[in-house]
Design a protein. Structure first.
Length: 183
């Protein structure tokens, strides 16, 4: 992922899932697994603070394994862990792997969360960035359109998050259709 302009969105997504992941884990009465996930999430955050991407990825890969094993591969804990790992893969220029994880996460969220919620929009943005990092601009535009619809509805057209998606879409449109003029 070479464009640092979109890093704040990706960074926010990592933080978002690190915070949310612990709550559902504790509700499952699997205290040891929940504590392990919390420890791994702290390791991810600390490695991220030190800009130690390999260590962050290593901890995130462990978190995905723990979440899938202890809470099920289709659980929200697994989805949160996969989202975190996918974001790190984007930073490591491993966009194809990120795409796969984001798609799995989207499927889980479509089944278990609000399909029209801002969390879903955030996941669509993440997937859109993964597509764009692979120069799959048309696919990126399709998924970002879903994010834009949700953000406009939930946050309004003037919200900064809504505007960021519109800006990304404008940039990616120019890359997807370099010889056309947008009306």
């Amino acid at each position: 992922m070479k464009n640092p302009r979109y890093f704040p969105l990706v960074s926010f997504s990592i933080f978002f899932c690190l915070v949310l992941q612990a709550g559902p884990a504790l509700a499952n009465d699997q205290k040891a697994a929940a504590e392990t996930l919390q420890t791994l999430n702290r390791e991810i955050a600390e490695a991220n603070d030190k800009q130690d991407l390999p260590s962050a990825i290593h901890a995130a890969e462990k978190a995905v394994q723990v979440a899938k094993t202890e809470f099920g591969s289709k659980g929200l804990e697994a989805a949160g862990a996969m989202n975190n790992l996918a974001n790190l893969y984007l930073f490591a220029d491993r966009a194809a792997e990120a795409e796969t994880l984001f798609k799995e996460t989207v499927l889980i969220y479509l089944e278990k969360k609000d399909k029209k919620g801002t969390e879903m929009a955030d996941l669509y943005v993440n997937l859109g960035i993964a597509y764009a990092a692979q120069k799959k601009y048309r696919e990126s535009l399709k998924i970002l359109e879903k994010a834009l619809i949700i953000r406009r509805e939930k946050l309004g057209p003037d919200n900064i998050a809504t505007k960021k998606v519109e800006e990304m879409m404008g940039d990616f449109y120019k890359l997807a259709y370099p010889n056309s003029q947008k009306l």
